[in-house]
Ligand binder design. Structure first.
Ligand code: MN
Length: 255
């Protein structure tokens, strides 16, 4: 029998979020689960890394810790301190809310998997595409997708070290999931939102960010696929280089 797979699990919704429990449930039968997750909500904190403050840590159980820091802090500490041996996969989620198109730049869920890539491992990020009006979160559908993706990556098509898959799951019962699509990042629109309020002592404060307003209808991208009832699987890597524009830059630089 091959040695058990070792999964380093994190998220950005926090250690006590329902999605990380769903992820651990899905991964339990497939290997050894090590959880290092933020003590508090860290959604939209992107890839922030704590360098100027101490990081307090609490052990929450066997192979489980919470960190008063960011998702990237958690993955870094997991790899370089808490795990006794390197992980086979760094897995993030399951986020309560999707990470599609440009969301990946804000997402702490995606950043946790990307931090795994940047430390030399393979990453997976899972997010549930729910709306604030949805009465139920279908974690059971997401758990089935997690198992299908992890089995594929373990036995059929490994993700190279330094790369990751960004997986989004529609919030539908398992029988209504139409399948999985390989996609690229598309464009997601949000209505602009800036709300000014006044605090009890008379000071202004702001609350920013508006509601989801749809996806650009471009074939092969993640948004239209998930609107069509499919889970989306988008390969990502940390290199943001815009290759198509390199020649244009060479035309006026010195080499
Ligand atoms: Mn989140």
């Amino acid at each position: 029998m091959p040695p058990a797979m070792r999964f380093l699990v994190s998220n950005d919704d926090g250690f006590e979020a329902p999605g990380i429990a769903a992820l651990a449930r899905a991964l339990g039968p497939l290997g050894e689960v090590w959880i290092v997750a933020p003590e508090q909500e860290q959604s939209a904190k992107s890839h922030a890394f704590t360098m100027w403050e101490p990081l307090r840590v609490r052990q929450r159980g066997a192979r489980q810790w919470s960190v008063a820091g960011t998702p990237a802090d958690c993955v870094y500490l997991g790899i370089h301190h808490f795990l006794d041996e390197p992980p086979d996969l760094v897995i993030s989620g399951i986020n309560r809310g999707s990470n599609l198109g440009q969301d990946v730049h804000y997402s702490g869920t995606v950043a946790a998997a990307l931090e795994g890539c940047m430390q030399g491992y393979s990453g997976l990020a899972f997010s549930l595409h729910r709306s604030s009006e949805d009465p139920v979160d279908h974690w059971e559908t997401a758990e089935e997708v997690v198992q299908r993706v992890v089995n594929a990556v373990m036995y059929d098509s490994p993700v190279p070290k330094g790369a990751m898959l960004n997986v989004n799951i529609p919030n539908v019962p398992p029988e209504n999931l139409k399948g999985l699509h390989a996609t690229r990042l598309g464009r997601r629109f949000y209505d602009p939102g800036v709300h000014m309020r006044v605090d009890p002592r008379g000071g202004d404060y702001y609350w920013i960010g508006g509601p989801h307003a749809g996806f650009e209808a471009t074939e092969g991208t993640d948004g239209p696929s998930i609107d069509g009832g499919f889970a989306t699987v988008t390969p990502l890597h940390p290199d943001l280089t815009w290759h198509e524009h390199l020649d244009a830059v060479r035309s006026w630089t010195d080499g």
